[in-house]
Design a protein around this ligand. Structure first.
Ligand code: UT7
Length: 310
């Protein structure tokens, strides 16, 4: 292949909205505190990882020129697979009525960017297309009576179809995948338990790794912050984004954010924000688009792409 196009994007959110005021029934908090400290007003709960992944995939396929039967691979980034085993991607394929290469990627909130690099690798090996999904049912592992975590997380899914083509100009210009397992204890969920998080530690580390990872990618691609049309960061906390942006020199006008309405949807957050930006017409072929994710592990990842679409 000489490049890839984003042949279609889709997203799916559960119907049930849980507002900050709704949370006051379960914990001692306030709408003002949550908005000021996180930028989140509401999140979605209910549905399931499989249902959200399937619905997002169906929308992405419908908006593309492809039939489901033409999908060759499904890569699903998730922290909350439908079952511990098997992965959820084969079940998504089954729901689409197809059989194809299908597997999950688990890199927490950085999972979609890890998945993007895996998808690019498949295309470079000759695959015609990859359906890349991020989907989460985080309400399965969130204690909504815990003030530290219950205010943050929500459910959602989004799908992106990458299609290889001889005349496509889309490509990965620079990337960075990284982790530090010594920080595993600041954010984790054990089998059968809810999230445990040291919020302040995660916050501080997140700002640090975003800055270093993005700087590395910009340096490698020899690109300045102002050259980038759209930055799609993991949607965890608006203050994390604002602080990192101050250090990096990005503006909020360049940024895709949905967290006010979705909360933190982990591996689904970047593709959900991307889907909205694409449907609003914020990116055109030739534009530079930067993704940066970070989360449990700790894992973090950045990828700078040149955008191409049919
Ligand atoms: O995908 C990556 C996943 N995670 C993250 O990105 C999370 C990163 N961390 C955060 O977003 C923030 O640390 C939180 C939003 C979780 C917490 O905000 P914070 O500004 O770090 O608050 P804090 O834990 O330092 O607590 C400050 C105060 C405390 O009161 P005192 O001791 O100062 O009197 C808390 O008891 O705020 C209180 N507090 C709350 N008050 C109302 C903590 N949580 C709440 C709450 N509602 N939900």
């Amino acid at each position: 292949m000489s490049g890839f196009r984003i042949a279609g994007v889709g997203a799916a959110l559960p119907d049930k909205i849980l507002t900050n005021n709704d949370l006051k029934e379960f914990m001692d908090t306030s709408d003002e505190w949550i908005k000021e400290r996180t930028g989140i007003s509401e999140r979605r709960v209910g549905s399931s990882t499989l249902e959200l992944a399937t619905n997002a995939a169906l929308q992405a396929i419908e908006r593309s020129h492809l039939e489901a039967s033409q999908i060759e691979n499904i890569v699903l980034a998730t922290t909350t697979p439908e079952q511990l085993c098997p992965g959820t991607a084969p079940a998504v394929a089954n729901n689409l009525g197809i059989q194809c290469g299908a597997f999950d990627v688990q890199a927490a909130c950085a999972g979609w960017v890890y998945g993007l690099m895996v998808a690019n690798g498949l295309l470079l090996q000759g695959a015609k297309n990859v359906l890349l999904i991020g989907a989460e049912a985080l309400d399965k592992i969130t204690d909504f009576t815990d003030r530290g975590t219950g205010i943050l997380f929500g459910n959602g899914g989004a799908a992106t179809i990458l299609e290889a083509s001889e005349d496509a100009t889309g490509k990965i210009l620079a990337w960075d995948l990284d982790s530090n397992g010594a920080l595993g204890s600041i954010l984790y969920a054990d089998h059968g338990s809810n999230f445990h998080m040291e919020g302040r530690e995660v916050f501080k580390k997140a700002v640090t790794v975003i800055e270093s990872s993005v700087n590395k990618v910009l340096r490698e691609a020899d690109v300045k912050p102002a050259d980038i049309k759209l930055v799609v960061p993991h949607q965890a906390n608006i203050r994390i984004i604002e602080l990192a942006w101050r250090k990096l020199g990005f503006t909020m006008d360049q940024t895709a954010t949905v967290l006010e309405r979705t909360g933190n949807t982990s591996a689904a957050s970047i593709p959900i924000a991307l889907e909205e930006a694409v449907t609003e017409g914020r990116v055109e072929p030739g534009d530079l688009v930067l993704f940066v994710g970070f989360g449990a592990g700790m894992t973090w990842a950045s990828a700078l792409i040149e955008w191409d679409a049919p």
